[in-house]
Design a protein around this ligand. Structure first.
Ligand code: ADP
Ligand code: 5GP
Length: 203
């Protein structure tokens, strides 16, 4: 029987490089899936509906929430974000590891609902570097950059509520560290009761 996959809460301030690092991780990990969130924010240049996000209206978001279709949801810098519940359980049952790339309020909600989930917090090398990366990405106005940098300090304080912290200094190193974390998590005795039973019961 396939082992159930891991549910991974992947958080860190906007601009840290979460998307970049996950892209690199997913390139070599076909056993992992990335949850596609719903959001009320406008698409950035190059973003596609159903790929980066489901871009929906505030009314539709409220409707999904009231129909209990979201596993978690939060408001971040004036926009709503939420994780569609339906695909997650199915992927986990099929043995896929599922990454939720979500901010800290949503992360806390998932942690309460799914205590067995794994929390990984991704940190920038410094707040100065974070500002440079956010501006370097060139996708937000200076006003939005300021609002995200303001949110970043509070978010970084929440890193202690996560199981692991990874600094994204280089994409290669951060990607390798995430792979090591997932690998070690899968060897936890609590996740392998059948393995221990099997060795005990067979010569
Ligand atoms: P997030 O998903 O956390 O908001 P992104 O993945 O969009 O962040 O990365 C923000 C910017 O930083 C992008 O322009 C990206 O190319 C750059 N970046 C990401 N990781 C690194 C890194 N390790 N070193 C230098 N630049 C990086
Ligand atoms: P961005 O607008 O840069 O794509 O995302 C802003 C923040 O919202 C990021 O920290 C991102 O991780 C978070 N986010 C994206 N999707 C979700 C979601 O479904 N739920 C929550 N709580 N946060 C999300």
């Amino acid at each position: 029987m396939t082992n159930k996959g891991l549910l991974i809460i992947f958080s860190g301030p906007s601009g840290t490089g979460k998307g970049t690092v996950l892209k690199s991780y997913f390139a070599n990990h076909q056993e992992a899936k990335l949850s596609v969130s719903a959001t009320t924010r406008a698409p950035r240049l190059g973003e596609q509906n159903g790929r980066e996000y489901y871009f929906i209206s505030k009314e539709k978001f409220a409707e999904m929430k009231s129909h209990n279709e979201l596993l978690e949801s939060a408001e971040y810098c004036g926009n709503c974000y939420g994780t569609p519940r339906a695909p997650i359980e199915s992927w986990l049952e099929q043995g896929f590891d599922v990454f939720l790339e979500i901010e800290v309020q949503g992360g806390a909600q998932v942690r309460r609902l799914e205590p067995d989930s794994v929390g990984i917090f991704i940190l920038p090398p410094s707040v100065k570097t974070l500002g440079e990366r956010l501006r370097g990405r060139g996708t937000e106005s200076e006003e939005v950059v300021q609002s995200r940098l303001k949110a970043a300090k509070h978010e970084i304080e929440q890193a202690v509520n996560y199981d692991y912290a990874v600094v994204n200094d280089t994409v290669e190193k951060a990607t390798a560290e995430i792979a090591e974390i997932i690998h070690a998590e899968k060897h936890k005795t609590s996740r392998n009761p059948a393995l221990i039973e099997r060795v005990l019961n067979y010569d």
